[in-house]
Design a protein around this ligand. Structure first.
Ligand SMILES: Nc1ncnc2c1ncn2[C@@H]1O[C@H](COP(=O)(O)OP(=O)(O)OP(=O)(O)O)[C@@H](O)[C@H]1O
Length: 307
């Protein structure tokens, strides 16, 4: 079942069409990676989901209820971490959570529960001023989890984190639906940071949702290709291009395949052709498909520069 659904969601800022006709579906208990380059409209979409800004057109349904007309009911079901964390740095982590807990009228036990969820119990009595960025992000998530919202919205939670912090955030997000029952909608402009945590993905480009679905399904859809490494890419590509639609990709050459292509056959044919032509190559094989390739395949070529 879909926990979040948008219909024709559109937002203009003057001349700028920040979000255009987005129909998005976030299934219950998914970890939905909302990805796209800077300025592609992710934050604007998330703000509309939260009811913080109104759509120019279209609507947002959360658990079947329209955000525009059921804001208060929905506010209780949704927790969010947007860019500004707004903590009182002279207070401890637990004290900061307590402020929000009181506002929401929740029991004191919520502080322990949410701190445990983000593995921050050890730092609960330290002042936030002494927290690392990663700790602040986790405290922000703890605060968003107060009251057990069904939907957790996180806008670029890995921004500014070091590799350790990113790795921790990844495993934390991946396990969250199981640990808390929540559905997670997390945005990022870096696909590689998020694809290992996600069950679903939505790709934004220039305000439009250009792809969406289960990550596994989209990976299977993504174009497969053979990658060839060579000290002479220009000569090789000239020889291969007429037969195999080969193209330069950085210092390598890539050859696209369809789902029906027999990889071993194709690799053998290319190798034979190169050897017969006396052209050197140091490696050839199928490239594993990452979300990065899927993304590259999702946006029209003339738009890729902006990505
Ligand atoms: N309040 C605003 N006023 C005018 N233009 C805005 C406003 N908010 C966003 N925009 C514009 O809308 C477009 C989408 O911005 P948005 O912040 O949603 O993208 P994003 O994908 O979240 O990017 P980022 O990762 O940089 O936050 C951009 O062109 C941006 O300049």
């Amino acid at each position: 079942m879909a926990l979040v659904r948008t219909e024709g969601l559109t937002r203009r800022f003057g001349e700028t069409l920040a979000v255009e006709d987005v129909a998005m579906t976030v299934p219950d208990r998914a970890v939905y990676a909302f990805v796209g380059p800077n300025g592609s409209g992710k934050t604007t979409t998330l703000k509309m989901l939260l009811g913080l800004i109104a759509p120019t057109a279209g609507r947002v349904l959360i658990d079947g209820l329209d955000v525009a007309t059921h804001r208060e009911t929905i506010a209780r079901q949704v927790g969010a971490l947007l860019e500004a964390q707004g903590f009182y740095v002279n207070l401890t982590g637990a004290e900061n959570l307590d402020l929000t807990r009181r506002l929401l009228g929740l029991p004191v036990s919520e502080i322990d529960r949410t701190l445990a969820l983000v593995d921050m119990n050890h730092a609960r009595n330290r002042r936030v001023a002494g927290y690392s960025l990663g700790m602040r992000q986790r405290l922000g998530i703890a605060r968003a989890m107060l009251g057990s919202p069904r939907l957790l919205i996180l806008d670029e939670p890995t921004n500014g984190l070091d590799p350790d912090g990113i790795a921790q955030m990844r495993s934390f997000l991946r396990d969250l639906p199981e640990r808390s029952g929540a559905t997670v909608l997390v945005s990022s402009h870096l696909l590689s940071e998020i694809e290992h945590s996600a069950s679903h993905v939505g790709i934004m480009h220039r305000g439009r949702l250009v792809r969406e679905g289960r990550l596994d399904d989209l990976r299977a859809l993504a174009a497969r290709r053979i990658r060839i490494r060579t000290p002479e890419p220009v000569r090789l590509v000239a020889r291969l291009a007429p037969t195999f639609a080969a193209a330069l990709d950085g210092v390598d050459i890539v050859v696209p395949m369809t789902p029906a292509t027999d990889v071993a056959d194709r690799v053998a044919a290319i190798s034979r052709l190169l050897i017969d032509a006396g052209l050197p190559f140091t490696g050839i094989g199928e490239q594993s498909t990452t979300l990065e390739h899927l993304y590259a395949d999702s946006v029209p070529t003339d738009l890729k520069v902006a990505a």
